[in-house]
Every structure is written in structure tokens, then in C-alpha cells.
Design a protein around this ligand. Structure first.
Ligand code: SAH
Ligand code: SF4
Length: 382
């Protein structure tokens, strides 16, 4: 019996994916151009600057649109590199205007990104840093999804680009933006992927591109203490801490990472966060779980814990998800908790749940992506 081999498909499968330029920092962009021999080394910086504006200020996805770049250079760029956006698999819009995109970064690699209007200066984009999460906070939907992998800087930037495409915010507007703030509060623990998070922030904050100031970029962590200093030094981003409890016994139940980095260590790490001041306060996130962490005594304990730290508290009503075992505190209980914090001088807004109808609220994000075991991959190929 004869077998016909489809060599064209085999060759395509074997070809390495072309490099996406939108995840490269400026020096990397210049180096990539030199390496591909698209420009002469002495012209690389200038050419990289020109490309940077096209990619990050104008948001183009096609080299052909770069009208001030010579035709032959554009052709050479297209031969070596790509600028394409990842595929948006699903787009949902909530009754309250919140938008959620399910973005496919590669086969089986899907993440969710959420735009929330009227948060921050104009509107905030909640980006994911990992597919799934290694941590298992017991109230979090993402925590039920095993880590598939870290996102690259390009994939983090791509989430901003996709949102901007949808909000028609190219070229990058100076005023009247709808997307004014970025929060790393989507899927994953950003401090377990600091290199790529820091690389993405360098790109997002660059003045000649997306130009979202570092003061409007917040990184939320469940408390990876050794990475707090490096986060501050490398990114100058605003810090948010998912606290949720005021004693180790309870925090261990809610945020198991507390066993590794208990409260005393965490609070010391926060106090040492570079750039902390009254103008640049830490946000403490505190999810309100009925009968678990919402008593007046716990509010008072929180005040004690925060003493001397320039801080504000974000009270997050618990958002349920399929299979969750907690309930959200009653509204009156949340208000009483907030009043104790307010009286002690801490701003403590209650975060209105947004996008609950499309499972876009805090802690509800999850994708179907699963880590495929090497054995299963081999079996599928056979
Ligand atoms: N991994 C990071 C960032 C993502 S989670 C972190 O844990 O900080 C963003 C915020 O949503 C965190 O404060 C998290 O504790 C909170 N959260 C998770 N599940 C939630 C839920 N079901 N309801 C409300 N908030 C939740
Ligand atoms: Fe991971 Fe944050 Fe969810 Fe905890 S709350 S499981 S760290 S995404």
C-alpha cells in the first residue's frame, strides 16, 4: 500500500514561528533588526524608533502600513517578522459595559482580559500574567485551573493591543482615553512571572507608544515576598496586596502561600517597597467572605496591621463561581467593616462588582486551557 506524504504541511509545521516584534523592548528591537540583516547596524536605533511608533503609537499590524519606511525594507521586515494580533475567540459585553475577551495565544493557550469602564481615571484593563495559576487560593476560580504556562511580554502587551483595537484607541490618544489604567489582576500570579511582566510594563509605559504612566499600572500579588523589592525597582508600578485575613491561621486557609511567607514577613516586605509614600500608597485587597473574615474585630485587627504603612483598602465583595463554597458578606456587614477602617483614616472603597453576568468580576476568570502532559502529546501524535 502506497503512502503519500504531504511535504508542504510537514515543512510548514517544522518552520519556527516568526518573531513578533510587539513584545520587544527598544534595544531588543534594534538587535533583532540587525540580526535579520534588515538594517545596517549604524541605522538600527533610528529604524527601531520609527518602527516603535508604528507598532505602539499607531497600533499597526501590517508592515505595509509603515508608509515612511522604504518598500524593500517593509518587504524584508515582513519576511522575517510578524505583528499580527492573537485570535479573539470570544468577546462578551456585560450589562454594565464591562467587556471580556477570551484570547488564544497559541494552540490550547487561552486567557481572559477584562475592560472595566469608570474605574481609575477613565477605565481599567485587567490583564492576565499566566495561563492558570500555581497557587490555590480557596475563594478564587483561577486557582482551580492548574498552571499551563507563563505569558510572554508580547502576550501581555497583546492584551492591551486587543482592548485598544476594540475601543478604537489608535493612534495612542493623549487625552480622553477610555483605557487609562492597567491592573495585573487577571489570571495568574504576576510575581511568578516578573521578567515578562516587567518587560511588558516597559513597553506599555513608554511615552512614545501606549504611554500609560507607571503610576497608573498596578501589580497585584498574593504575597511573593522576595519579589516585592525587584518588582518596585524594575517597574516602579503601584503595588496591591491580596491580604484577605489578619492572622496567619486564617490566611493560610484562604491564601495557602501564607505558609511560605507568613504575615510578619509579608508586612516587612511591604514596608520596604521602593517608592512607597502617601502619594504612592499600597492597596490592600480584602475579599469579603460571609462569616469567615468580616467581623468588626477583624476590621480593627486590620487597622493595627496597617499601622504606619501608606495604605488604602479595597473591600471586594466575594464573587461566586460554579462550585465555590463561600458566600459574600451581607451589605450591612461590609459597610460596618468599611466604617471602622474609615474612622482609622484609611480610604476603603467597596469595589462594586462589575461584569458578574459574564463571569468577568475579580476572581471569576478561568479558561479551558489545560497543560497537556508530554505523554498525552506523544499519544496524540502517534
Ligand atoms: N494573583 C494575583 C492577581 C490576580 S487576583 C493576586 O492574587 O493578587 C486579583 C484579585 O481578585 C485578588 O485580590 C484576589 O484575591 C481577588 N479574588 C480572587 N477570587 C475572588 C473572588 N471569587 N471574589 C472576589 N475577589 C477575588
Ligand atoms: Fe492565583 Fe491570585 Fe487566584 Fe490566588 S487569587 S489562585 S494567586 S490568581
Amino acid at each position: 500500500m502506497g503512502v503519500t506524504l504531504d511535504l508542504t504541511r510537514a515543512a510548514a509545521a517544522a518552520a519556527p514561528a516568526a518573531l513578533n516584534l510587539s513584545g520587544l523592548a527598544r534595544p531588543e528591537l534594534a538587535a533583532a533588526l540587525i540580526e535579520a540583516e534588515v538594517v545596517r547596524p549604524e541605522k538600527a536605533r533610528m529604524r527601531a524608533g520609527q518602527l516603535w511608533r508604528w507598532i505602539h503609537h499607531y497600533g499597526v499590524t501590517d508592515f505595509a502600513a509603515m508608509t515612511d519606511v522604504a518598500k524593500e525594507t517593509r518587504a524584508a521586515l515582513a519576511e522575517h517578522f510578524v505583528l499580527a494580533r492573537p485570535e479573539v475567540v470570544e468577546r462578551q459585553v456585560s450589562r454594565d459595559g464591562t467587556r471580556k475577551w477570551l484570547i488564544r495565544m497559541g494552540p490550547g493557550i487561552e486567557v481572559e482580559t477584562v475592560y472595566i469602564p469608570d474605574v481609575g481615571r477613565a477605565g481599567a484593563l485587567c490583564v492576565s500574567s499566566q495561563v492558570g495559576c500555581t497557587l490555590n487560593c480557596t475563594f478564587c476560580h483561577t486557582g482551580t485551573q492548574a498552571l499551563v504556562r507563563n505569558l510572554t511580554a508580547a502576550e501581555i502587551v497583546a492584551q492591551v493591543q486587543v482592548a485598544r483595537d476594540d475601543l478604537s484607541e489608535w493612534p495612542s490618544p493623549k487625552e480622553d482615553r477610555r483605557l487609562s489604567n492597567i491592573v495585573f489582576m487577571g489570571m495568574g500570579e504576576p510575581l511568578y512571572n516578573l521578567d515578562n511582566v516587567a518587560g511588558a510594563i516597559d513597553i506599555i509605559a513608554d511615552n512614545e507608544g501606549i504611554a500609560i504612566s507607571r503610576r497608573r499600572i498596578t501589580v497585584s500579588t498574593s504575597g511573593v515576598v522576595p519579589e516585592l523589592g525587584p518588582l518596585g525597582t524594575r517597574t516602579q508600578a503601584m503595588l496591591a496586596i491580596s491580604l484577605h485575613a489578619t492572622n496567619d491561621a486564617l490566611r493560610e486557609q484562604l491564601v495557602p502561600l501564607n505558609k511560605k511567607y507568613p504575615l510578619a514577613e509579608l508586612m516587612a516586605g511591604i514596608r520596604a517597597y521602593p517608592g512607597l509614600s502617601n502619594a504612592r500608597r499600597v492597596t490592600f485587597e480584602y475579599v469579603m467572605l460571609k462569616g469567615v473574615n468580616d467581623s468588626p474585630a477583624e476590621a480593627r485587627a486590620l487597622v493595627q496591621l496597617l499601622k504606619g504603612i501608606p495604605a488604602k483598602v479595597n473591600l471586594i465583595p466575594f464573587n461566586p463561581w460554579p462550585g465555590s463554597t463561600y458566600a459574600c458578606s451581607d451589605w450591612g456587614t461590609i459597610e460596618a467593616f468599611a466604617a471602622i477602617l474609615n474612622r482609622a483614616g484609611y480610604a476603603s472603597p467597596i469595589r462594586t462588582p462589575r461584569g458578574r453576568d459574564i463571569l468577568a468580576a475579580c476572581g471569576q476568570l478561568k479558561s479551558e486551557s489545560e497543560k497537556v502532559r508530554a505523554s498525552a502529546r506523544r499519544a496524540a501524535k502517534a
